[in-house]
Write a protein that binds this ligand. Structure first.
Ligand SMILES: C[S@@+](CC[C@H](N)C(=O)[O-])C[C@H]1O[C@@H](n2cnc3c(N)ncnc32)[C@H](O)[C@@H]1O
Length: 346
């Protein structure tokens, strides 16, 4: 996955205005903060424009990739839904606006809530240089852990909170999630929550999922059911999205790899159910000659399936399966060789 070209160039413009050494130092301390799971709070703590620019180069593409991947899975389950309004809480530089507009070009108006003035300034500049389609964007500087500010924004078709719940004090999270859900349009709205793909990030998403189901929400993605989450202690449900690293990104990260895999946990809850899926692929499929091993989450819980070449239909589906994608065949009902006609062509 790649950033829109105009956005990538706008980020490079921002970065080029910073002294190179300050940018490199900021990128190094940001990486260390993310490894220690302090996230963008460190951007807040480091009072420098270089830290914001380093965030734009090294983190913005990753959150864009994760958001786009998560929202795309929700769209698959509600293909006829055409949201027009977006409310994004903890917007940072407005990444959700680009990702959501790429997934739903029907979006027309976005309200972005953010407390850090420097993030808002960065976002305003990037949005001016690389407008996301026909989306009209307005910002509001507010602390989302206590309110949305006045006047209360009208309910939005799509409400999002990405990589910000983990920066909200634990004691405030349930209230924030309740307010995010209440901010969705009552007939057809949806709420997307994304967090780092770590045990701590997943724990936040799992609690949010329980809370939303108790409030009457339907889960669009990733879960194929609304039963208790079957993930055992010590394990965590997360997905990975591969994204291209720009040259500047590679230089600041001091790595040669032209890509990275962003790990994320998420849940998308909606007022209306989506078309059902049989199961979700919850790890990277492992492919051997003539067989594919899939780890699936389905209505019976977590299951490992081995699909062999002789199961022609299932084998084709298994070769197309990606970590995070929906699995189309009912688990346990994949036809075996004796149910299929003729020899395999694969
Ligand atoms: C890691 S950034 C993520 C930005 C964006 N949502 C994304 O996914 O790219 C988290 C953002 O949430 C903002 N944030 C965290 N807690 C907040 C709060 N209580 N009120 C408003 N903004 C907050 C931070 O200032 C930061 O810009």
């Amino acid at each position: 996955m790649e950033l829109p070209e105009t956005l990538r160039l706008a980020i490079e413009d921002v970065a080029e205005r910073q002294p190179r050494q300050a940018l490199e130092r900021a990128a190094t301390s940001l990486s260390a903060a993310y490894r220690a799971e302090r996230g963008a709070q460190s951007v807040r703590a480091v009072d420098s424009l270089a830290a914001i620019a380093a965030y734009a180069v090294t983190r913005l593409p990753a959150t864009f990739a994760a958001l786009t991947a998560a929202l795309t899975e929700a769209r698959e389950r509600r293909p006829a839904w055409e949201p027009r309004t977006l409310l994004d809480a903890g917007a940072g530089p407005g990444v959700t606006a680009w990702a959501a507009e790429a997934v739903w070009p029907s979006l027309r108006q976005a309200t972005l809530l953010e407390r850090d003035q420097r993030m808002m300034t960065l976002g305003t500049e990037l949005l001016a240089a690389s407008p996301p389609g026909a989306l009209e964007v307005s910002w509001r500087q507010v602390d989302i852990s206590s309110s949305w500010g006045k006047p209360t924004p009208p309910p939005a078709d799509l409400v999002t909170c990405a990589y910000a719940l983990n920066e909200t004090p634990e004691a405030r999270r349930a209230d924030l999630i309740a307010r995010l859900w209440a901010a969705t349009e009552p007939a057809t709205g949806a709420l997307a929550l994304v967090a780092p793909g770590t045990p701590a990030g997943f724990a936040i998403i799992r609690l949010a999922r329980d809370q939303l189901i108790a409030a009457g929400a339907h889960i669009l993605a990733p879960c194929p059911h609304e039963r208790a989450c079957p993930m055992p202690p010590g394990d965590w449900c997360h997905m990975a999205q591969r994204l291209a690293r720009s040259r500047l990104h590679r230089q600041l990260k001091g790595g040669a790899a032209p890509f990275e895999d962003e790990k994320f946990s998420y849940v998308i809850a909606a007022r209306q159910p989506g078309t059902p899926i049989a199961a979700r692929v919850i790890r990277r499929p492992v492919t051997y000659s003539g067989r594919v091993i899939l780890d699936l989450c389905g209505p019976r819980g977590l299951e490992r399936r081995e699909i062999t070449r002789s199961q022609r239909t299932a084998f084709r589906a298994a070769r197309d399966a990606r970590w995070g994608s929906a699995w189309p065949l009912a688990i346990g009902d994949e036809p075996d060789a004796s149910d299929e006609d003729g020899p395999s062509q694969d």
